[in-house]
Design a protein around this ligand. Structure first.
Ligand SMILES: Cc1ncc(COP(=O)(O)O)c(C=O)c1O
Length: 346
């Protein structure tokens, strides 16, 4: 790639995402909110099995898995995980087996949540499904998936685990270094100025990868992360740690300081994967003004966070703000009963 990114070019990458993804204006939503000029980067259109940010992130994991001659991929995550769906699709495409562990992370879910959306797609891709009872127990979930991998090894398989918890090589975040370069190139080509990018901050791979990539490539573009899993006090050190892991992996200086990390957790309550009125409003607004589909767990909350920043007068009237659409739409169907109730009530 370019100077500033150290050993980046040495990492194997499997081409799975259809990139570059388009960037477009959202004039109707901008008018409706009577705030800054809003734009969207369509990473929901990365192609692989209904798209999303995870198609970019798994490119580096699958690059390493192929280099290790792995024939089975293991991954753990929430029941409605887009990461799992994207990985399961990639294994089908690459002729590998897939074992997935679905964690109980969202309280009081119904049968639609357990069977529709991403779970249905995981089954279509032929994944072998396990469940894990505690979605907050990252160490336990990791231990369990490692035990499954050990069992597969005994059967003569060559497993590769895509890790979710912190403390592993940040290969997923590398996908968003690629996206940072893509965004800078698109802005250069179009002559469009952007004052802030608003992005989901969950496992941190997207937020940290984008932030690190921009700074490594010499851009001071501001990134605002919207918390979708943990509150901002818990999330800030995680984002910083992921950036430090990137500089270690690539052998570069540490570009990111705590001042670079801007977080908003207003739309998070009552917690991960749980709807609230702000998120429902955001999903409805994007659909009714721009024909843009958001999801209940991630992008709906990120849009709600962006709207909160517009209404909180964070931006000048002539500012340009880019919403990073990270996909996740299959989960709309997993939340159908709750969404229908909310829509029918308005
Ligand atoms: C659709 C979607 N958007 C955003 C995120 C959050 O991205 P990250 O985990 O890289 O923080 C996820 C994570 O699962 C996701 O599935």
């Amino acid at each position: 790639m370019t100077n500033g990114l150290g050993k980046f070019d040495k990492f194997p990458r499997a081409e799975l995402a259809m990139v570059p993804t388009p960037m477009e204006a959202m004039p109707n939503l901008s008018n409706f909110l009577d705030g800054p000029n809003l734009f969207v980067k369509r990473d929901d259109l990365t192609g692989l099995a209904m798209g999303g940010n995870k198609a970019r992130q798994i490119e580096f994991y699958f690059g390493e898995a192929i280099a290790q001659k792995a024939d089975v991929i293991l991954i753990t995550g929430a029941i409605q995980s887009n990461f799992i769906r994207s990985a399961a699709a990639a294994t089908a495409k690459l002729g590998m087996d897939c074992h997935v562990q679905l964690e109980e992370r969202v309280p009081n879910v119904d049968q639609t949540y357990r069977a529709s959306g991403n779970v249905l797609l995981d089954k279509l891709f032929g994944a072998t499904i396990y469940s894990y009872p505690d979605g907050e127990d990252e160490a336990g979930a990791d231990r369990n998936i490692n035990e499954i991998a050990d069992g597969l090894k005994k059967q003569g398989k060559t497993p590769y685990i895509i890790p979710l918890s912190p403390g592993h090589a940040p290969l997923g975040a590398m996908g968003y270094i690629v996206a940072a370069q893509e965004i800078l190139e698109q802005l250069k080509q179009s002559g469009q100025q952007i004052d802030e990018i608003v992005v989901a901050s969950g496992s941190t791979s997207t937020h940290a990868g984008l932030l690190y990539g921009l700074r490594a490539l010499g851009s001071q573009l501001r990134i605002a992360g919207i918390c979708v899993r943990r509150n901002k006090e818990q999330q800030a050190p995680r984002v910083l740690a992921r950036c430090t892991e990137l500089s270690k992996l690539l052998g570069t200086t540490e570009y990111i300081t705590a001042d670079d990390i801007i977080l908003n957790d207003v739309p998070l309550a009552p917690g991960y994967g749980q709807l609230n009125p702000l998120t429902i409003e955001a999903i409805k607004l994007a659909a009714s003004t721009e024909g843009l589909l958001l999801d209940p767990v991630y992008t709906g909350k990120v849009m709600a966070g962006m709207i909160d920043r517009v209404r909180g007068s964070v931006y000048a009237k002539n500012a340009n703000v880019l919403f990073l659409h990270t996909g996740g739409q299959p989960a709309l169907f997993a939340y159908e009963p709750e969404l229908t109730t909310a829509l029918d009530a308005t």
